[in-house]
Write a protein that binds this ligand. Structure first.
Ligand code: FAD
Length: 447
């Protein structure tokens, strides 16, 4: 109620409250607008207030008072999530975590950092000591490290180290519970995964201990291939080539690649583009592999070039490929797909035969924690209607291409495959007994 919200603000005048309508509106949104299905469901959802705690003590006091007043809370990092994860469905308070952003310590290949730190800042800080992050979303400039764990999957670096959930990458987390007297939980090992990709519904992530990778000054490349078979063959060989150090590898059809307009290259229609980040010392074997697969180099730049210009392929891969397309053509949306690693070309051909240019190819080549290859995709889809989008998702599934539904804000229906684990549900009940944290995202708890 308005009285409760007024009382909350009056009792905590020392907090950094954001009350301007424009800012509240901006901080109540994320990138859900990538999905035309989500727009009508989420466009009018607004927080009543936004608050930006400066430290753990302020956060704990805030949570305690919100519980007392029965005010819903939704946590926000950079607000770059794609499915309305950070959109407050029931109003209340949005807690902007980006001021809780301290690097607590940096050791030999390990770092402890507060959840609100921007990923780009963390990457820069660890690079000063010749480390880099094992896995970085293409949104690293705006996204927080806590948001990656709570709402994301993987990205640049996952070709070596797997998604962010790979055992050994996040080694410890601390969680604040949503109670009149909030508790701090310390989790290590497998049990911390109970808080991964749960959209901040079962506790507030305070900090994370992360394992790092040795830093490299990655060269960036775009390669041209005349057929998908040649491009795919090159990528599969490079993925498996343990002797060639790389950080990112992705494949696009020329139509999807035609939206990378800020990079000076051109490619004939009907060809296929491969994007790669490769260590300088691997240049020679890379060039040899390229020749063996009949590819040609279209464009390259060094790490220093990228630092100097600010233009980087890291902001053209993963979901940034979709963003680059949307800059020029608002008619697209996308899907998140996993192909059967031994049948990718067959699956793509079967799909193409039905959808033609309605779906554009974008593959990302990564590995799981057990080193199994994972060929994922973020295909662009020309949107016509919700019914047609559902049909295209069903077609993928019928061909054995797994869809992680990115057109729903319900936690069960995304990556969790229909239902939540007993551990997630138990942590939700124990840590948020009044159901105040990011309400409305867990279907099985809807009355
Ligand atoms: P937010 O959007 O702020 O939050 C995400 C979820 O986490 C919300 O549910 C929020 O409540 C919760 N949350 C945030 N902080 C906390 C906390 N401290 N405690 C508890 N819960 C919290 N994702 C990838 O995995 N890989 C990619 O390569 C990638 N590329 C993208 C490209 C584009 C163009 C876009 C728009 C999105 C992309 N994403 C990608 C999705 C998203 O950017 C990332 O997952 C990012 O890491 C989210 O971080 P954030 O701080 O912006 O999170």
């Amino acid at each position: 109620s308005t009285e409760a919200l007024n009382a909350l603000q009056q009792q905590l005048p020392e907090l950094d409250w954001i009350t301007s309508k424009v800012h509240i509106k901006r901080l109540s949104r994320d990138f859900y607008w990538f999905s035309p299905m989500l727009v009508p469901q989420l466009a009018d959802k607004l927080a009543d207030l936004v608050v930006k705690p400066r430290n753990e003590a302020e956060l704990a006091t805030l949570v305690s008072r919100c519980v007392e007043f029965g005010i819903p809370m939704t946590v926000r990092g950079g607000g770059t999530g794609n499915y309305g994860q950070a959109v407050p469905l029931e109003g209340g308070v949005v807690i902007d975590m980006t001021a809780c952003a301290e690097l607590q310590w940096l050791g030999d290949g390990l770092v402890q950092v507060q959840a609100g730190m921007k990923i780009a800042e963390l990457e820069q800080r660890v690079r000063e000591r010749r480390w880099e992050l094992r896995c970085m979303p293409s949104t690293y400039r705006a996204a927080s490290i806590g948001g990656l764990f709570a709402g994301g999957f993987g990205g640049i670096g996952s070709i070596n180290y797997g998604p962010i959930s790979t055992p050994g990458t996040v080694q410890a987390i601390r969680i604040l519970t949503i109670e009149a007297t909030p508790r701090v939980l310390e989790l290590r090992g497998d049990e911390l995964l109970t808080y991964h990709h749960t959209y901040g519904t079962n506790g507030i992530l305070l900090d994370l201990e992360l394992a790092l990778a040795p830093a490299r000054d990655w060269d960036e490349y775009l390669f041209d291939f005349t057929s998908i078979e040649a491009a795919y063959g090159f990528c599969r060989t490079l993925l498996d080539a343990a002797g060639i150090e790389k950080r990112e590898l992705s494949l696009y059809d020329s139509q999807a690649a035609s939206y990378f307009r800020d990079i000076p290259f051109s490619q004939p229609a009907g060809h296929f583009l491969v994007m790669a980040l490769v260590a300088p010392h691997s240049r020679q074997p890379l060039t040899q592999l390229l020749a063996q697969h009949g590819g040609a180099q279209l464009w390259t730049q060094t790490f220093a070039d990228a630092q100097a210009s600010g233009l980087t392929l890291m902001e053209h891969c993963w979901n940034h490929a979709t963003l680059q397309a949307l800059k020029h053509d608002k008619g697209f949306t996308n899907l998140q797909t996993n192909y059967a690693a031994d049948r990718v070309l067959e699956q793509l051909a079967e799909l193409k035969a039905v959808v033609g240019d309605e779906v554009l190819t974008h593959l990302e080549f990564i590995r799981l924690g057990n080193l199994q290859p994972l060929i994922t995709g973020l295909p662009l889809v020309r949107y016509s209607s919700d019914a047609r989008l559902d049909e295209i998702m069903a077609l993928h599934e019928s061909l054995g291409i797994k869809i992680n539904n990115s057109h729903t804000f319900m936690l069960e229906d995304g990556k969790h495959g229909g239902s939540l684990s007993p551990a997630i549900l138990a942590s939700k009940a124990a840590n948020d007994p009044h159901s105040l944290l990011n309400p409305g995202k867990i279907r099985s708890l809807q009355g």
